[in-house]
Design a protein around this ligand. Structure first.
Ligand SMILES: NC(=O)c1ccc[n+]([C@@H]2O[C@H](COP(=O)([O-])OP(=O)(O)OC[C@H]3O[C@@H](n4cnc5c(N)ncnc54)[C@H](O)[C@@H]3O)[C@@H](O)[C@H]2O)c1
Length: 414
């Protein structure tokens, strides 16, 4: 339990998938780590009064509101945690920063580069007044991933030659799966690319400390028309038939209403990193059998390191400096007290899971806010990811032509 009296009163917007993951982390973080401030789960926001009241009760929030503007206007909120789809990130985060609130915003930072630029600029201005902001690329905080970065930074891999990253899911393989918000460009910005591709872009840049400087990409939308979600009303012009909302429910079977999928189902690209490495990235929602398969392999002149999210507590390390007779991949169980984040958890060998990455994220965010340090990834770092997403989309639109990624003056360092 935290030994401090200092409170950070958190207001969180959105209460579904990420809302639940963040709530778990806010509930847990001060019970695991001794931090210079204590998170208080003060206020949760959603648009439906009955549902947000239920969420407040279930997830452990003191109070609820149905208007995020009210949440930001309140004097007794210090931190705004944005867990909504991408179409509202910019509006909420900009208003929160302008009101002097620290902001934690889910990834991808925004739906467009223009929005991300505005958010990064606002974050820089707010920083001068002591207001902190961070984007929620939680996979950085998996201990094995943080350790990967340390191995690279310590020179254990030598010069990085290759980065090989895949993030594969299969939840929309069925063409009858409905047109939820993640399949609409105006809601989500892009498809597999921004949703899961953004994670491996950030993760690999974080681990290598290198930026993607150019890409050549292909993207595809395999299923172009989908049924509207049940209980739909009032979706944008892409809908062919009745309106649709953002539910994740099954198709109700009433009428043939369908809508056009306006995002990529899969994105594949090659890239160059600023240290000279060649990289390949694959993000797909059509990898049948792959539920949430994130894998990264990095080959350097002195070794190789491999991370696989399905074996989250492990790292594979090949150390080419060892005597030839002893070389081979070593499986490191990343559960020792000296491993990143692990000293506060269980005895060695007692493994952790997906949700811990969010607890670690809140730990680092609270510590930065309370000590006046800059949390990472900053909005500038997240803008850099957005610039890569944009370059991938433009390259794919131009028949895979080589497309440079504009530098964003990001600080990739943690
Ligand atoms: N870090 C990760 O691993 C990870 C995983 C999944 C999603 N995400 C990101 O988190 C964000 C949310 O995704 P999700 O999976 O939680 O979506 P979701 O559909 O499960 O939840 C979205 C929530 O936002 C609420 N909402 C939408 N518009 C709102 C508004 N104007 N005001 C108040 N509430 C509003 C919805 O009611 C819902 O509670 C997205 O940016 C997504 O990319 C991150």
């Amino acid at each position: 339990m935290s030994t401090t009296d200092r409170e950070l009163r958190v207001g969180m917007v959105g209460y579904a998938f990420m809302g639940a993951a963040h709530s778990q982390a806010w509930r847990t973080v001060n019970r695991v780590y001794d931090l210079p401030a204590r998170a208080r789960m003060a206020l949760i926001c959603g648009r439906d009064a009955a549902k947000v009241a239920d969420a407040a009760d279930r997830l452990g929030w003191e109070a609820y509101t149905t208007d995020w503007r009210e949440l930001i206007a309140r004097d007794d909120i210090d931190v705004v945690d944005v867990c909504t789809p991408g179409d509202s990130h910019a509006e909420i985060a900009l208003a929160a920063l302008a009101a002097g609130k620290h902001v934690l915003c889910e990834k991808p930072l925004a739906n467009t580069v223009a929005e991300a630029r505005e958010m990064a600029a606002a974050a820089a201005t707010a920083r001068a007044a002591g207001v902190r902001s961070m984007c929620g690329f939680n996979y950085r905080r998996v201990p094995a991933v943080t350790m990967m970065r340390q191995l690279v930074a310590d020179g254990r891999l030598g010069v990085i030659r290759h980065v090989r990253a895949t993030y594969l899911q299969d939840w929309i393989v069925d063409p009858q799966f409905p047109l939820v918000w993640r399949l609409q460009r105006d809601r989500a910005g892009s498809g597999a690319l921004g949703d899961i591709g953004a994670h491996i872009i950030d993760l690999t840049q974080f681990v290598t400390g290198r930026r993607i400087t150019g890409v050549s990409a292909v993207t595809e939308t395999f299923v172009k028309e989908r049924p509207l979600p049940a209980g739909s009303s009032g979706l944008a012009a892409t809908v062919n038939g009745a309106g649709a909302a953002d539910g994740h429910g099954a198709v109700d079977g009433h009428g043939p209403a369908t809508g056009t999928v306006t995002v990529d189902d899969a994105a594949v690209f090659v890239a160059r990193l600023d240290g000279g490495a060649l990289a390949t990235y694959e993000a797909s929602r059509f990898a049948t059998g792959r539920k949430n398969a994130l894998r990264v392999e990095i080959n350097g002149s002195l070794g190789t390191v491999v991370f696989d999210l399905e074996r989250l507590n492990e790292l594979e390390f090949y150390d080419a400096t060892r005597p030839a007779a002893e070389q081979g991949f070593t499986r490191i169980l990343v559960t020792e007290g000296e491993h990143p984040y692990m000293s506060a958890w269980w005895p060695p060998g007692h493994i952790i899971g997906y949700e811990h990455s969010f607890t670690h994220q809140m730990r680092d965010f609270i510590e930065a806010v309370a000590t006046g340090a800059d949390p990472a990834p900053s909005f500038a770092d997240a803008l850099q990811v957005q610039l890569v997403l944009d370059a991938v989309t433009r390259s794919a639109d131009l028949g895979s032509s080589w497309t440079e990624v504009e530098p964003a003056l990001a600080t990739v360092a943690a």
